[in-house]
Design a protein around this ligand. Structure first.
Ligand SMILES: C[S@@+](CC[C@H](N)C(=O)[O-])C[C@H]1O[C@@H](n2cnc3c(N)ncnc32)[C@H](O)[C@@H]1O
Length: 490
């Protein structure tokens, strides 16, 4: 597989209070590959579901055989920002300007050598005798600085991509690593890049929407917490990354009518009072009256708050995109309402998964939950049609469009496929590799629906792929390198 690759992006000059960021060098269509990033040192893998922390990665680097090379240390030093280091530093919080070229191994290596030639810095005792380490000492971070860099920049996931691991016939694992290009992206609660994908130990990032030249590319640091209200998101970002988010979703939420804020807070308090395992336990015990009564109460109360939010949105919010951002901040409650409703009624709500998918798309576009929910929605619709259910009334609820949306999200995540066979393989792997997800609310068990979905995907052919490319505007874009990488999955 190709090593490091830098696409049509560059590092922006540092701004006070925000530091550096990544910007588009040209107009970008959805699904454009921004870069393939190589990890500093190596990535650490753990058991599926394990919550690997930055300190585990540091420990791994210290104890693993290859450790950190001189070049790795140069790269890490470039990510160091004065404000995140020791309190003794009185320098401004604005980090120095850098470019992606600085992270190429040859550039880092020559920087390490130059530093060595100038005789800067003695090698730390623990690395004495190693010329490269001596060279790196010129840019050596203190332990405290190194910890700050890793805490702020490491990227981890408690499960590797289900579809890719399934296609590769590997076991899903947890993983943590530090990918320098990715770590230069600033945060937004409504990011314009797709959730990153780890393929072996490379991280791939793509755009999720049209991004004009010069616009900053953003990712979400919040994972599932992106579906929480602004107050909770701000607390987490402040606590873990030390900044106050001023993204467009946060601004819109800050300016929202007080009753909307109050409803979102009430929704958050209510949905946090029951977690996914507790909900599943209640459902498992549904035969008993107390559990059914509890589920009914949960459903009714959730329904009331969801309706209250809808009424308030209708009253105060005119822009559909703003309404969607605000709904996304009550994601957990909507999921709770839909799931309990389906369970109590004993029927699947065909539109429910799609509504959830549209909200996940706000804060984690082309993430696995997003794909799973889109897939779930298409499977449910196929099942309903097979059972002779009513035809969809709204044009956006046709199965053709559901499939097109799934194809689009697959293309954002895995790259535009060259042929439908590959797409069908990916979609099949997605469905076949389903395990209960962190949302705890996704359940794809309709084998018949799944089969139909596969057939539809294959039949949709270029029509569906065309719809995938045009959703979000603009023409389709070929990324040959992506296609060849994906080809290796087969
Ligand atoms: C992973 S780094 C991103 C790159 C960083 N800006 C730099 O110059 O190295 C995370 C840090 O960037 C800054 N940052 C990220 N997103 C931000 C945002 N939306 N607003 C302000 N600062 C942000 C914060 O200081 C945060 O701790």
């Amino acid at each position: 597989m190709n090593d490091r690759h830098i696409g049509p992006v560059e590092v922006s000059p540092p701004q006070p209070g925000r530091g550096r960021g990544v910007v588009a060098r040209e107009d970008l269509q959805p699904g454009s590959l921004l870069f393939v990033s190589e990890p500093v040192g190596s990535v650490l893998e753990g058991q599926l579901g394990q919550q690997l922390q930055p300190q585990h990665l540091l420990q791994h680097w210290k104890t693993s055989q290859q450790g950190l090379s001189a070049e790795d240390r140069v790269k890490l030093s470039l990510l160091h920002r004065p404000s995140s280091s020791s309190s003794s530093s009185s320098s401004s919080s604005t980090p120095p300007p850098i470019s992606f070229k600085d992270f190429s191994t040859s550039k880092a290596s020559s920087k390490a050598k130059k530093a060595s030639a100038k005789g800067f810095g003695a090698a730390p005792a623990k690395q004495a005798g190693n010329a490269a380490a001596a060279a790196a000492a010129a840019v050596e971070l203190t332990d405290e600085q190194l910890e700050a860099v890793v805490a702020c920049n490491a990227y981890g996931d408690d499960h590797t991509d289900a579809t890719l691991t399934y296609c590769r016939q590997e076991q899903q694992r947890s993983v943590i690593g530090l990918f320098p290009e990715f770590s230069l992206l600033n945060h937004s609660c409504a990011p314009n890049t797709a959730a990153p994908v780890l393929l072996r130990d490379r991280l791939l990032l793509r755009t999720a929407v049209v991004v004009p030249a010069g616009q900053e590319l953003t990712t979400s640091y919040l994972s599932t917490a992106g579906g929480m209200p602004r107050q909770q998101r701000q607390q987490l970002l402040q606590q873990h990354y030390g900044f106050v988010c001023g993204c467009h979703r946060c601004k819109a939420e800050e300016q929202a009518a007080p009753d909307i804020t109050a409803t979102l807070q009430a929704m958050h308090a209510f949905s946090s009072s029951i977690d996914a395992p507790q909900l599943l336990q209640l459902m498992a015990a549904a035969g008993d009256e107390a559990s059914t009564a509890k589920l009914t109460t949960l459903h009714q109360q959730a329904g009331k708050l969801v309706q209250q939010l809808e009424d308030q949105l209708q009253q105060h919010v005119t822009e559909p995109v703003v309404a969607q951002w605000l709904r996304a901040s009550g994601y957990d409650m909507l999921a709770l309402m839909l799931r309990t409703g389906e369970f109590l009624a004993g029927v699947k709500d065909v539109a429910a998964a799609k509504r959830l998918a549209e909200l996940v798309r706000v804060f984690a576009p082309a993430s696995e939950p997003h794909l799973l929910l889109l897939s779930d929605s298409a499977v449910r619709a196929a099942e309903a049609a097979a059972a002779g259910g009513p035809a969809p009334t709204a044009p956006e609820d046709t199965q053709e469009l559901r499939v097109a949306q799934l194809v689009r999200a697959l293309a954002l995540r895995y790259g535009e496929p060259r042929d439908m066979d590959l797409l069908t393989t990916l979609a099949g792997a997605l469905s076949a590799s389903l395990t209960p997800h962190w949302l705890g609310l996704i359940d794809l068990d309709g084998a018949m629906g799944l089969q139909q979905l596969m057939q539809q995907l294959a039949a949709a052919g270029s029509a569906a792929a065309g719809a995938a490319g045009s959703d979000g505007g603009g023409s389709r874009r070929k990324v040959e390198m992506d296609a060849s990488q994906l080809g290796q999955l087969q």
